[in-house]
Design a protein around this ligand. Structure first.
Ligand SMILES: [Zn+2]
Ligand SMILES: [Zn+2]
Length: 333
């Protein structure tokens, strides 16, 4: 099968992902073999390619927003059948035995494996995964439009929950890429007001088109203080900017697998019972809940199509905010 893989991390401008051919993966008794149709391109893939995540092992096939068709199943598979359409996300497996796995916090499992980071991912024609880590995809979505739901959507949904925002309140979104454009719609479905902070003129007009309550750049103060906020940009300074806009008792959730250092800050910025927390990975329950929520509330994804062999270009365009919404690789029909 054809793949795009990274041997050693390098800046995306040098187009380090190389086209190669390897055998189709073998499946174990509980695994399914998926013929990949589309794979979304996430900011985390850029971190994998550029070497920002110390846990990544190389060489590696990136990609963790995978949509495809089950082509083969192991003898002990009960959850999926050949021919069904499934998705694979960032969480590739977890131990099932630790205190986190036993309490539904498998995202914190120390033995968790991550698709396209510590296991090979979806910039390829096929992938094999344990059946319990593949999800039915709502028929509402095309292969292209479903892909961004698998990470941008699921992690966005978890960030939304961890921000403690309640229906009718004011939510701030700092950064407006693939994940934020989905969170905006989740918040709208919950009757929240949405305040979007981004420097990119593309992203600002995208937020306006989607009906954000207010749009500005990250240095502006919003007209009203926010009840909760989520930061998406991998830059520590943005956390302090966001904290300045969060009201007493509010929560700021950091949706980032990698973040530059947060500059030191005064206790005043977090005083009055403000909560600052990170969002680390996602659980299977997040995936299942969010896919149902997306179908029920008709969350739309804006996609920009690339071929498998244009993965370098897609990641470079992502790095420079050259498109709105999400990039998706079309791998097969
Ligand atoms: Zn575990
Ligand atoms: Zn991702």
């Amino acid at each position: 099968m054809e793949i795009m893989k990274i041997d050693q991390p390098r800046k995306i401008e040098s187009h380090p992902l190389k086209q190669t051919e390897i055998p189709i993966p073998m499946i174990g008794p509980k695994d399914i073999l998926i013929k990949i149709r589309t794979c979304g391109v996430c900011h985390t893939d850029l971190h994998v390619v550029e070497g920002d995540l110390p846990m990544t092992t190389y060489p590696r096939i990136p990609g963790h927003e995978i949509i495809g068709i089950v082509k083969d199943i192991g003898p002990k598979v009960t959850m999926h059948t050949i021919g069904s359409r499934v998705g694979v996300a960032w969480l590739n497996s977890s131990c099932s035995n630790c205190k986190y796995c036993k309490t539904g916090k498998e995202n914190l499992c120390s033995s968790a494996i991550f698709t396209g980071c510590t296991a090979d991912g979806g910039f390829a024609e096929y992938i094999a995964v344990n059946e319990a880590y593949a999800y039915q995809i709502p028929s509402l979505y095309s292969d292209l439009h479903a892909a961004p739901l698998l990470c941008a959507g699921i992690i966005g949904y978890r960030s939304y929950k961890l921000s403690d925002i309640q229906p009718g309140q004011r939510l701030g979104l700092f950064g407006f890429g693939a994940s934020a454009h989905i969170v905006l719609q989740i918040a709208q479905a919950m009757d929240c007001e949405t305040y979007v902070f981004t420097r990119s003129p593309n992203h600002q007009s995208h937020a306006r088109e989607l009906g954000a309550t207010w749009v500005g750049n990250p240095n502006q103060q919003p007209p009203k203080m926010l009840d909760s906020a989520i930061t998406f940009a991998p830059v520590g300074e943005i956390v302090l900017r966001a904290l300045n806009c969060v009201d007493k008792g509010g929560t700021l959730a950091i949706n980032a697998v990698h973040l530059t250092d947060i500059p030191s800050f005064s206790y005043d910025q977090i005083y009055y019972e403000r909560t600052l927390r990170s969002v680390a990975h996602t659980t299977r329950e997040d995936a299942i809940e969010f896919l149902k929520f997306a179908e029920k509330t008709h969350i739309l994804t804006e996609v920009n199509e690339y071929s498998l062999f244009e993965a370098n270009e897609a990641l470079e365009d992502l790095k420079y905010s050259r498109f709105s919404g999400a990039a998706v690789l079309r791998i097969s029909k």
